[in-house]
Design a protein around this ligand. Structure first.
Ligand SMILES: [Zn+2]
Length: 462
């Protein structure tokens, strides 16, 4: 079904879908109402569509005015010489607007002596496919390099020509064999439209929209690792735009910041994932001249889906007078927590330095129960209260950065503690289920600073 409606008595062509193709009638402007010599042609007898560029002194798409068009027609330096009268039925602006400047029931100038029963369409600017003879600008100099239509021009040309080819009021133009580039008509010496006939036909042929054959997949990474999302799609001349959103935001294009690269390729990489990226969603929009397709939505999980492989067997094994160098606390099957006996105070936290050891396998995905608050006995034997049991300081995903106040893991470069929010109270001790993530070093030598109480530094309980 044609996108066009053609009035055979006025020669005016209108679009029936202006979101797809916008035709602006200019035939009433500047006295060109019945352009050329007012020679009539019968719409039903039209048997050719001829594609042109308008020509220009600069290369590529050029937006022109009606008077500017007129000036180029009068230019004696045109390869075919100055025109004596205005030409073309349609011209296509760089923004994709189609101007109808001549009624199609009147003969338009464009490719004498083949103007009768012809519809002339010109694309504004100077173009070259790099294959056919290199065109000259209006000033006679050669175009510098291959230059394609603006994307909107190409789309508009395609829809306009397809609309004409499929319109029942034009029964004699029904396929590519009726569509010519100007220079492909007999006896023409022009370079116009700067492309081979095969490329003219390619330009007017609808492009199939891309199709995704392999969807991207959700993935999980530890903090500091790299997350790679890929998509596989078919379709000519594809472009890619990866998009993201966090829990509260809308979709937006991934920008080349914070370690994101290749967001305009089929394989997007988010380098150095951070805790706050946990739960971010991604998708990719694949586009070509035929349309676009959006992938499934996938998510990036940061250290959040580890299986439970061991737990510290009980908090009581953690309790002891400090410092207590070398004391071993059992932490369940296969593992021990060895306190170094070193204790530091910073902020309101008491930190205990120790090692996790005794595990047979290097496994960064273990879950660990860690005491984050404990009761201590001050020198006088008074049991100090838990001053703020709700605040563990681990309420969000966080790494354990440098300094005892924040919990350094000084022997490693990428180990992290990630609490999952599951809390147990055993024998007056508060334990938090968390995840040790160690992306680069053997787990059994990981050194941890663990907050064991949260009394003020000046408290007798510290
Ligand atoms: Zn031409």
């Amino acid at each position: 079904m044609s996108i066009l409606s053609i009035n055979t008595s006025t020669g005016i062509v209108t679009s029936t879908n202006t979101s797809q193709l916008r035709i602006v009638t200019q035939t009433g402007s500047t006295g060109w109402n019945n352009n050329l010599t007012n020679v009539a042609q019968t719409v039903g007898n039209i048997n050719r569509i001829t594609i042109h560029y308008t020509g220009a002194n600069s290369d590529g798409p050029v937006d022109m005015t009606l008077s500017g068009l007129n000036a180029t027609w009068e230019n004696p330096n045109r390869p075919e010489g100055a025109w004596i009268l205005p030409g073309y039925h349609f011209v296509i602006r760089p923004n994709g607007d189609v101007w109808q400047i001549g009624r199609i029931n009147r003969v338009s100038f464009g490719a004498a002596p083949h103007n009768t029963n012809n519809i002339h369409i010109a694309v504004m600017g100077l173009f070259w496919d790099g294959v056919s003879a290199r065109p000259r600008r209006n000033d006679g100099t050669l175009i510098a390099s291959a230059r394609d239509f603006a994307e909107q021009q190409r789309t508009a040309l395609q829809r306009l020509v397809q609309g004409l080819l499929t319109n029942s009021t034009l029964p004699r133009v029904t396929g590519n064999n009726h569509v010519y580039g100007h220079r492909h008509l007999p006896g023409q010496t022009t370079y116009c439209p700067g492309m081979t006939r095969a490329n003219v036909h390619a330009a007017i042929t609808p492009v199939a929209p891309p199709r995704i054959t392999v969807q991207p997949e959700s993935i999980r990474r530890d903090i500091g690792q790299h997350a790679n999302f890929t998509v596989t799609a078919t379709g000519t001349a594809r472009s890619y735009q990866w998009q993201w959103r966090n829990a509260s935001g809308g979709w937006q294009a991934v920008l080349p910041i914070n370690g994101a690269i290749n967001m305009n390729t089929r394989a997007f990489t988010q380098n150095n994932v951070t805790a706050n990226m946990d739960g971010w969603a991604y998708r990719v929009v694949v586009t070509n001249a035929g349309g676009s397709v959006t992938s499934n939505i996938v998510t990036l999980s940061v250290g959040s889906t580890y299986p439970s492989t061991f737990r510290i067997s009980g908090p009581n094994t953690f309790v002891g007078s400090l410092p207590n160098s070398g004391q071993i606390a059992s932490i369940g099957p296969g593992g021990t927590f060895r306190r170094n006996g070193e204790r530091q105070l910073a902020g309101n936290w008491t930190w205990l330095r120790g090692h996790l050891s005794g595990f047979s396998a290097v496994d960064p995905n273990r879950l660990v129960w860690i005491a984050t608050t404990r009761l201590e006995r001050a020198a006088g034997g008074t049991e100090c209260p838990i001053t703020d049991p709700a605040n563990f300081g681990f309420t969000n995903v966080r790494q354990l950065p440098a300094g005892p106040n924040v919990g350094i893991i000084p022997n490693t470069i990428s180990a992290r503690f990630r609490p999952t929010g599951d809390v147990q109270v055993v024998n007056g001790h508060r334990w938090r289920l968390g995840t040790i993530m160690n992306t680069s070093l053997p787990f059994n030598n990981t050194t941890l600073w663990v907050a064991t109480s949260q009394f003020p530094v000046n408290s007798p309980c510290r």
